[in-house]
Design a protein around this ligand. Structure first.
Ligand SMILES: Cc1cc2nc3c(=O)[nH]c(=O)nc-3n(C[C@H](O)[C@H](O)[C@H](O)COP(=O)(O)OP(=O)(O)OC[C@H]3O[C@@H](n4cnc5c(N)ncnc54)[C@H](O)[C@@H]3O)c2cc1C
Length: 517
């Protein structure tokens, strides 16, 4: 795994056009005058070939690819800097080495999306290599896994894009997609520091990173405890949520189809519950990766789910801790306590054995989350009760005794709440014992827009919406429950959607906005 390159830890920030739009338009844009009716609401007007909404891996890949195909491109970025969650990530752009395995792991996912990613990921890597983008070498036998140094990669792509004449407008959010009366996409309405901007374009690529920060969508689909979730994404650090489903809302507003699956699944990891100090990057320091090796109880002190999610994962090794994190999200206050013993501490929760530069227990303690450590389980559960969060020591003790008895006999699978994967169902036997309180972290959502293999967004009658493309996590149903990687969705669909958007013909129905607007 790569670490973010310290020397490249500052992201590109490109201010919104300071003066008149026309002044900056040279090369990239025509400030072609629009009809009076079109200009009615817009403060400013612009015209280009392709508008890309979002500047994570999906948006930047699409933008540079569209530019290479000869298009004039504008990238809109709602946040004050480029990069989105991509810039916070570990940067491993991966999918499985076998399509069959993808289908086995995520049988309810969209086979078109999964197949497209599987087939095209090596081509996307070739594209980055040809461009000279920072990209780690392929490991032997791994054709579908390469690592980007996230911040350096984002900066490289932004520079490349701007060198090619593209315009990145930060603090400028796409508000809606514009269509003409023939139901063709003809641009977007955006809002920046100076107000509304109407940008006419032959095509639009939605790459706004999904809806992890949409209270409405998360509450409807994932958990009623939205406000207790850690935003483990571009909104980290108390920033205003930026991943608010804008691409999804804009597309469905004009008739796009939501995916059939993935709505209650998401990718994320546990993070410290109610820390008293501000967490800093890298996020991996404060992310747990050993929930599946722990015993996990909720605020009532009870186990509530198979920590390995063995049955649901459908793989002998389980689906990793992101599955128990999904279950924690649905517990009261999206909160749980992970309990583990010394062997798990040494092999699964240490600085060197997971992601992050610090032992997990120490990280949680340092940041002020409730933690406990003791040489007996009785002492540990007493400390948990003393956190004052209503966890009854007697209930936890009973749960641990029941679990330990079953695990020692290799029968954790037979518990009322089973733990199915035997290798991870080890008894809590060797002191010291550890407990930390976690709140679920949400990184990326799995439900989203339905697309075809060309990256075109499909309507609710499953026809491509002319001029509308997507890339990245805005595309749904790649993963549904078990995690199949996210950066790959941006790399592949940016790679595909970019040139397709660039080659989109002029709208047959003209540039006048139609009744949907
Ligand atoms: C700690 C961590 C480690 C990770 N490691 C990995 C890993 O190793 N491998 C992996 O596959 N995944 C990893 N991920 C997940 C992955 O980083 C993201 O899911 C992925 O980067 C999403 O890419 P994207 O282009 O779809 O969206 P983003 O990178 O989030 O970009 C979307 C952008 O759109 C902008 N936006 C939103 N709304 C609008 C609007 N209305 N107008 C204009 N702009 C808008 C947002 O501000 C944002 O900048 C990790 C995530 C984290 C937090």
């Amino acid at each position: 795994m790569t670490r973010q390159d310290e020397s490249n830890s500052t992201l590109s920030r490109r201010h919104f056009l300071g003066g008149a739009v026309a002044g900056v338009a040279a090369g990239a844009l025509d400030a072609a005058p629009l009809g009076a009716e079109q200009a009615q609401e817009a403060v400013q007007e612009m015209r280009t070939d392709v508008v890309v909404c979002g500047s994570g891996i999906g948006g930047l890949t699409a933008a540079v690819r569209a530019q290479q195909a000869g298009a004039r491109v504008i990238v809109l970025e709602k946040a004050y800097e480029a990069g989105g969650t991509t810039a916070h990530s570990e940067g491993v752009v991966w999918t499985s080495e076998s399509y069959e395995q993808i289908r086995e792991t995520s049988p309810h996912g969209d086979p078109v999306v999964q197949r497209t990613i599987f087939d095209n990921l090596p081509r996307a890597f070739d594209f980055y290599d040809d461009l000279g983008a920072p990209l780690g070498a392929a490991r032997p036998g791994r054709t579908r896994s390469r690592a980007i140094p996230p911040v350096a990669w984002v900066n490289f792509m932004v520079d490349e894009f701007e060198r090619g004449g593209g315009t990145l407008m930060v603090e400028t959010a796409m508000l809606r997609v514009l269509t003409n009366s023939s139901y063709e996409v003809i641009g977007v309405l955006a809002e920046g520091e100076q107000g509304l901007i109407r940008i006419l374009a032959r095509s639009v690529v939605l790459a706004t990173g999904g809806w992890a920060g949409s209270a409405q969508l998360v509450t409807q689909n994932i958990t009623r405890y939205y406000s207790s979730l850690h935003q483990r994404n571009a909104s980290f650090g108390g920033r205003k949520p930026s991943l608010t489903g804008d691409g999804f809302w804009a597309a469905t507003q004009i008739g796009a189809a939501p995916t059939e699956g993935g709505w209650d699944g998401f990718y994320g990891h546990g993070m410290p519950a109610r820390p008293t100090k501000q967490m800093q990057n890298p996020l991996t320091n404060y992310s747990t990766y050993h929930g599946n090796w722990s015993v996990v109880v909720n605020l009532h002190g009870r186990r509530f789910a198979d920590e390995t999610q063995g049955k649901q994962a459908g793989t002998p090794r389980g689906g990793g801790e992101q599955l128990i994190n999904q279950e924690v999200a649905r517990q009261p206050e999206a909160t749980a306590t992970y309990i583990w013993d010394e062997p798990v501490n040494a092999r699964r929760a240490c600085a060197a054995c997971g992601l992050g530069d610090i032992d997990k227990f120490i990280a949680f303690k340092d940041i002020g989350a409730p933690v406990a450590t003791a040489n007996t389980l009785e002492e540990l559960t007493a400390q948990m009760e003393a956190w004052g969060r209503g966890i009854p020591a007697a209930v936890v003790q009973q749960q641990l005794d029941e679990y330990n008895k079953a695990a020692k006999n290799g029968k954790a699978w037979a518990l009322p709440v089973p733990k199915m994967i035997e290798a991870q169902a080890t008894p809590l036997a060797q002191p010291p014992f550890y407990a930390v309180m976690v709140q679920a972290g949400i990184t990326a959502t799995y439900g989203g827009l339905r697309v075809n293999a060309q990256g075109q967004v499909l309507s609710r009658t499953l026809r491509p919406i002319r001029g509308l493309y997507a890339a990245g996590v805005d595309i749904g149903n790649h993963s549904t429950y078990v995690y199949l990687g996210n950066l790959c969705v941006g790399a592949v669909f940016g790679y595909i959607s970019g040139p397709n958007a660039a080659n989109q013909p002029e709208p047959r129905g003209g540039w006048e906005t139609g009744p949907l607007n």
